[in-house]
Design a protein around this ligand. Structure first.
Ligand SMILES: *Cc1c(COP(=O)(O)O)cnc(C)c1O
Length: 375
């Protein structure tokens, strides 16, 4: 059996090697390493895929979030509501810009921000909400946009883990995750569902004025060449990454199908195991399974991980310490704040390998290993 990895990028590359190698070779020969034609071509193709009016590329997902917050003109001391149960980048950029992170709890089924908790955390200083579509499942965007509209708040979606996911509103309108809020942000880190071969990210919006501001902030605050109207950053997607992304965007829906097949095989195999709570799929959403993260109830997580490791089955804990308990936020938030769902789930979640290249032997081996530990 081919050794099992959390994500198998080598095997994925081997299937697209001829196209990728040719495209990279072309970039080498063109020497247009920065702002080559494929950079804009990719942005246009992603606009089409997402159904978003503007896609602005940038250097990584963390920059995408930072640029989004800068473009909205948030000021030091403004409060930004976000889940604590996320990758640190979401909250880190809030603090970096001297905004105040306000951490709230999540829905135990979806692992995403709880709209009711948002409503309770709103103060006169609240300016924005940053929901995170964790593990590939979108937050409840209809409820969140309703709250945001009533309180005149901005919404920046952290879509780093859910590109390609979609959500259907009560009126039957289906839109891609990341396109409900004022701004959506994503990452093309290699292991993400749409990953490049280095760092990359993108910001999307339907608002022309916000898009213009984002382009300016991402490019040294420049309105026209050598005229700098605002303090910005330097954040670009390079041409090598754009050619890889153009190839992989064509395959994204196939990749999502492959991930979902693995997830559904796990979920049906574990259905009879009372100690496993499988990931939830809201009926109005497409879960794209960036991670297959289940909850253990009444089983020892460390022992399961050790057992799986012995069987050459990797597993991960995303994330062992929630953001609201991280030392970096000392003085900005109460590190002892109790977020019951977040604090409980931090001790219960475990993620199994999931990627686009899992074969039947590997899948059966992972399933049998989990079953034999828990039976
Ligand atoms: C990966 C990720 C980011 C950051 O993306 P980078 O490209 O690594 O900077 C932000 N938020 C979430 C939820 C992520 O998973």
């Amino acid at each position: 059996m081919v050794p099992i990895q959390m994500v198998d990028l080598k095997r994925q590359y081997s299937k697209i090697k001829p196209q990728v190698d040719a495209a990279i070779q072309e970039v080498l020969e063109s020497a247009a390493f920065i702002n080559g034609a494929p950079v804009q071509q990719f942005a246009k193709e992603l606009e089409q895929y997402l159904g978003s009016k503007h896609v602005i590329n940038c250097a990584n997902g963390t920059d995408a979030l930072q640029i989004a917050m800068m473009a909205l003109g948030l000021e030091p001391g403004d409060e930004v509501i976000t889940p604590s149960f996320t990758f640190i980048a979401t909250a880190e950029v809030i603090a970096l810009l001297r905004l105040k992170p306000v951490f709230v709890d999540i829905d135990p089924r979806t692992y995403c921000i709880d709209p009711q908790a948002i409503e309770k955390a709103i103060t006169p200083k609240t300016k924005a909400i940053v929901p995170v579509h964790l593990y590939g499942h979108s937050a409840d965007m209809e409820a969140i946009m309703d709250i945001a509209n009533r309180h005149k708040l901005y919404v920046i979606e952290d879509n780093a883990q859910a590109i390609g996911s979609h959500y259907t509103t009560k009126n039957g309108l289906t839109k891609k995750a990341g396109t409900f809020g004022h701004i959506g942000c994503t990452s093309f880190f290699p292991s993400k569902n749409l990953g490049c071969y280095g760092d990359g990210g993108a910001i999307f919006t339907d608002d022309d004025a916000i898009a213009a501001k984002i382009r300016m902030v991402a490019n040294h605050g420049q309105s026209q060449r050598y005229y700098h109207d605002t303090v910005g950053v330097n954040s670009r997607l390079d041409t090598m990454q754009a050619v890889v992304l153009r190839i992989k965007l064509q395959l994204l829906d196939e990749y999502i199908t492959a991930r979902r097949a693995v997830a559904h095989a796990y979920t049906s195999a574990f259905a009879g195991i009372p100690q496993i709570i499988a990931p939830y799929e809201a009926p109005n959403q497409l879960h794209v399974y960036h991670q297959y993260t289940m909850q253990l109830d009444g089983a020892d997580r460390n022992e399961l991980q050790a057992f799986l490791q012995e069987k050459q089955v990797p597993s991960m804990i995303y994330y062992p310490v929630p953001a609201h308990r991280q030392k970096m936020f000392e003085g900005m938030t109460d590190l002892n704040q109790h977020l019951p769902v977040t604090d409980a789930l931090t001790g219960k979640v475990i993620s199994l390998p999931i990627h686009t290249e899992m074969d039947q032997d590997q899948l059966s081996h992972i399933i049998t290993s989990v079953q034999s530990f828990l039976n």
